[in-house]
Ligand binder design. Structure first.
Ligand code: SAH
Ligand code: SF4
Length: 359
């Protein structure tokens, strides 16, 4: 099966085409057709010579994803369900904010981290997405925007869909380089956020990268006993290790880090945990932001409920009083954000009946 050419970064495309006896400027033309003019077939690359087009056709395709469902909500959020070449389904979400258009991408089919509250973790990982399949999610959304002709562009990306991005590190990095490329989509690194469940070693690798992409760490609990209960990954990477990696990252990058904290009713939402969290972040207050996420209930995880308003605001206020930068993910956004990566097969079936199927 031919792979999408979106899987090559600009440098890789140049190297590959030069290896095929083509000149560098050809690769640059092809790149321009792909990301600036955004054609959907090689044949449309009219200033590229026949020989080069033939090599491309023989080795790559442009698109591999088939849109199977597109669900638009009243506030402009659009959920796309794509079928990949092997039949696997992945989810991509476009969200509209005051500051721009943000796309949430999937990086794996399922997730092996298996957090106890998460729908994605219900399905064991069946495979990693390759870089092309991740880039193509952005392209598909951009094609949609191009089609409705509002001259809108994807300005922000959150890597918070299905999967653990740092468990698919190489493809993640190639994806980030491609979407960030100044001669292509040019989505600013500072407008991109990668969220990890806390794979400490990879956080350290990420600190070494020359990209200024934002990092979010899913903490969800301020002590090991509680964190291990809700995230088994804490046994491999306990809080101390995660925090050591975070400190390393902060030292290298001097960039603010976001800590995600899902509020689970009566589990991790007491004032006591807020105080513990404030203590944990005390020495990095100036470079921390805590994102409090009201839990989006998942049928299969009936043991958890969303915290009530009173607990949420007490938790928030406790952090504030201790000088911790924090915010609560807004109510209307919370459904949408949490739904990002949370579509399950059951829901997919249900949705298919409800919405327009574009095959
Ligand atoms: N695997 C990565 C990125 C994908 S999950 C990670 O865990 O960080 C993105 C975010 O959505 C994480 O903070 C995750 O904890 C959160 N999330 C997962 N299930 C959720 C749910 N049911 N309600 C609210 N947030 C959820
Ligand atoms: Fe995987 Fe993230 Fe879900 Fe945990 S929260 S199971 S790491 S997708």
């Amino acid at each position: 099966m031919k792979k999408s050419i979106y899987g090559l970064t600009r440098d890789q495309l140049i190297e590959w085409l030069m290896g095929q006896g083509q000149k560098k400027f050809r690769a640059e033309q092809v790149w321009d057709w792909l990301y600036i003019k955004r054609v959907q077939s090689f044949a449309e690359m009219t200033n590229v010579n026949k020989e080069c087009l033939q090599i491309l056709e023989e080795n790559f395709v442009i698109q591999t994803l088939k849109e199977s469902v597109k669900q638009e909500s009243a506030d402009g959020t659009i959920k796309f369900l794509f079928e990949m070449q092997d039949g696997n389904l992945i989810e991509t979400v476009l969200m509209r904010f005051k500051y721009g258009l943000s796309v949430c991408v999937t990086t794996q089919v399922g997730c092996n981290i298996g957090c106890s509250f998460c729908a994605s973790g219900l399905l064991k990982k069946s495979r990693d997405l390759d870089a092309g399949e991740i880039v193509e999610q952005i392209m598909k959304v951009q094609f949609h925007l191009d089609q409705i002709q509002k001259e809108e562009r994807v300005s922000h990306i959150v890597v918070m869909g299905i999967g653990e991005p740092f468990d698919n590190y190489k493809n993640l990095m190639n994806f980030l380089r491609t979407v960030n490329d100044q001669k292509g989509l040019a989505i600013g690194a500072r407008h991109i956020t990668v969220s990890t469940s806390g794979l400490a070693k990879k956080i350290m690798d990420f600190a070494e990268e020359d990209l200024q992409v934002n990092l979010a760490v899913s903490l969800h609990a301020p002590n090991d006993e509680l964190r291990s209960r809700i995230m088994v990954i804490n046994k491999a990477f306990p809080i101390e290790k995660v925090m050591a990696a975070v400190d390393y990252y902060l030292e290298k990058k001097n960039r603010r880090i976001t800590f995600e904290y899902i509020l689970l009713k009566d589990v991790n939402d007491h004032v006591e945990e807020a105080l513990q969290l404030a203590k944990l972040l005390e020495n990095k207050r100036h470079l921390s932001y805590v994102n409090l996420i009201p839990y989006n209930p998942v049928d299969e995880h009936g043991q958890y409920q969303r915290s009530d308003e009173k607990s949420i605001s007490a938790f928030f206020q406790t952090l504030k009083n201790k000088g911790i930068n924090c915010g609560v993910r807004m109510e209307q956004g919370s459904d949408i954000d949490a739904a990002c990566g949370q579509l399950r097969s059951k829901q997919i079936k249900k949705d298919k009946d409800k919405v327009k199927v574009n095959n």
